[in-house]
Design a protein around this ligand. Structure first.
Ligand code: KIV
Length: 270
């Protein structure tokens, strides 16, 4: 079993791998391959639930998907994302929401899209035994506030703010931190400064680990961000399989004899 302590010890030593998964069969494959961390990201909103952004994802949806992933995972650390507005309004409620993801859906840790307002919450969560993965840089739950999905930390002031925010979350007890869509040199500087592992997405090659969204990796998405990489074309393969099924049903080629069963002794039905 990968633990938060294992990840802390890996910082600067051995690259950490993290992928998202939102269902049991995908989690089983990711786990069996030996990926260290499975993130049940709120990217599920765009990736599998058909929303335009991550904002509509509910805590109930996160519970259902996290429980499915946890049931299929034996080795990887399962991290559940805290959906928009499930934290940051009332601290007691935020702690309860995070705790329920561990107690009821078997997550090992939670991830929180971080800002100044989450430093105290991170401290509070870690104090009661809820491990926190912080997330700075592009935080998609802030898309309306940011005015889009642009790269973050691109000016000296913004880069300094990002570094300070990362340090504040490390001091508050976060066991690792995602750096999303920031310049590679800024991510390298943050990684150098922190003792906890940084996990990058669109943040260059100097982070302690890398994360991608599974539907981008598998090539299921019609469009993927420029910083992700497609390792397969499952969209094409799924389309081919569905077309072939349709063709075979329409032509009568499916089901064939081997897909059917005739029960002997039912001659009375004739
Ligand atoms: O929701 C998600 O999948 C994420 C990753 C992109 C880090 O936050």
């Amino acid at each position: 079993m990968v633990t938060t302590r294992d990840l802390r010890e890996r910082a600067g030593e051995e690259p950490i791998t993290m992928l998202t998964a939102y269902d049991a069969p995908t989690a089983e494959i990711v786990d069996q391959v030996g990926v260290d961390v499975i993130l049940v990201g709120d990217s599920m909103g765009n990736a599998v639930l058909g929303y335009d952004t991550t904002l509509p994802v509910t805590l109930e949806e996160m519970h259902s998907r996290t429980a499915a992933v946890a049931r299929a995972t034996e080795e990887a650390l399962v991290v559940a994302d805290m959906p928009f507005l499930s934290f940051g309004i009332d601290d007691a409620e935020s702690v309860e929401n995070a705790g329920r993801l561990l107690k009821e859906s078997n997550a090992d840790a939670v991830k929180i899209e971080s800002g100044r307002h989450t430093v105290e919450l991170t401290e509070r969560l870690t104090r009661v035994g809820i491990p926190v993965m912080a997330h700075v840089g592009l935080t998609p739950q802030q898309v309306n506030q940011l005015g889009g999905y642009a790269r973050q930390g691109t000016t000296e002031d913004a880069a300094r703010d990002l570094l300070e925010l990362a340090i504040a979350h490390q001091q508050a007890g976060a066991f690792s931190i995602v750096l999303e869509h920031v310049p590679a040199n800024v991510a390298a500087r943050v990684t150098e400064e922190l003792s906890i592992p940084t996990i990058g997405i669109g943040a260059g090659g100097d982070c302690d680990g890398q994360v991608l969204v599974i539907t981008d990796v598998l090539g299921i998405e019609a469009e993927s961000p420029s910083f992700s990489k497609q390792y397969a074309d499952l969209r094409g393969e799924m389309k081919r399989a569905v077309e072939e099924f349709k063709r075979e049903v329409e032509s009568g080629a499916f089901p064939a004899e081997e897909h059917s069963h005739v029960e002997e002794g039912l001659e009375g039905l004739d």
